[in-house]
Design a protein around this ligand. Sequence first.
Ligand SMILES: Nc1ncnc2c1ncn2[C@@H]1O[C@H](COP(=O)(O)OP(=O)(O)OP(=O)(O)O)[C@@H](O)[C@H]1O
Ligand SMILES: [Mg+2]
Length: 358
Amino acid sequence: MSILNVEHLTHGFGDRAIFDDVSFRLLKGEHIGLVGANGEGKSTFFNIVTGKLIPDEGKVEWAKKVRAGYLDQHTVLEPGMTIRDVLKSAFSYLFELEEKMNQICDSLGDADPDAMEEMMEELGSIQDTLMMHDFYIIDSKIEEVARALGLLELGLDQDVTELSGGQRTKILLGKLLLEKPDILLLDEPTNYLDEEHIAWLKRYLQEYENAFILISHDIPFLNEVVNIIYHMENQELNRYVGDYDHFQEVYAVKKAQLEAAYKRQQQEIKELKDFVARNKARVSTRNMAMSRQKKLDKMDVIELAAERPKPEFNFKVGRTPGKYIFETKDMVIGYYITEPSPVRHHLGLAPDSRYASL
Ligand SMILES: Nc1ncnc2c1ncn2[C@@H]1O[C@H](COP(=O)(O)OP(=O)(O)OP(=O)(O)O)[C@@H](O)[C@H]1O
Ligand SMILES: [Mg+2]
């Protein structure tokens, strides 16, 4: 069953083309790795399928009732909430469902038999959803995820504005995992995670029963959690079954075949052109030349994408200035909590700190 259907997607920013007539179907439960070079359009892909960005052309269609959860590379957290509040907000739609369930229960008494049957059915389906999404064990689920991502140590009552970028990302990731969406969209989730948390996320994704699309430049991580690769290159998106290593093998073979076909065709083109040039002027051979020219005109010419220039780095050897690269005396770095501006950097002198060096 497909949960996302994309047809003839075309998009660009100014004259920078990102997608050219891309179509695909995403199936329930698929674990996808979205790969491609920097700037190919992976994050743009997420923005388009989540509706944040309207594509120039094409259709993006989600199956009914599909909940997609998105972890952005650059999401911002609203100030004034605690870690627990943010994690708990993962369940807000379940609290709404509970509210609806209570309303139905209240009006059951006045309903006629037909309506009552319908209401009982709806109650049953709400109850199932609540059970399936851990509604009755919310607190322990929050604790489990918070522990796994190292958030418990920070204190669940900590204000989120007092946290670092990495810590905030962990909270957003925790919230997303608690939501258990039908499809998780993760953009570089390991960037801010420590080794132990990456190991936990790896296990989590391996066991995730719903679908996910994962953007990651961490190849070993990708290999362990995905079973399908979407590869973005030259405004195309191609689907490969298997992990990243398998994709690379198939891709290399495909590229070699295309290059061989290109060489053969170029040779043929050269020979045909040559024939036409030598024979078109002579009456006796003009017809033959014309038919070769027709063949040339009808030919589906293979084009190879230009090789991207590879960056080259050269570092000049320099003399190190001394034993220390960085040296400071009596330095204090900290945070001032003041009203109304909550956080202010402070750098000053303190009599008790003595010496720091790198
Ligand atoms: N809002 C925008 N306006 C103009 N150009 C944009 C915009 N967003 C992205 N781009 C351009 O589109 C291209 C694709 O960007 P995108 O962020 O999708 O790449 P990416 O594959 O996610 O790269 P990375 O691996 O570095 O995260 C880039 O060339 C980028 O500069
Ligand atoms: Mg990106």
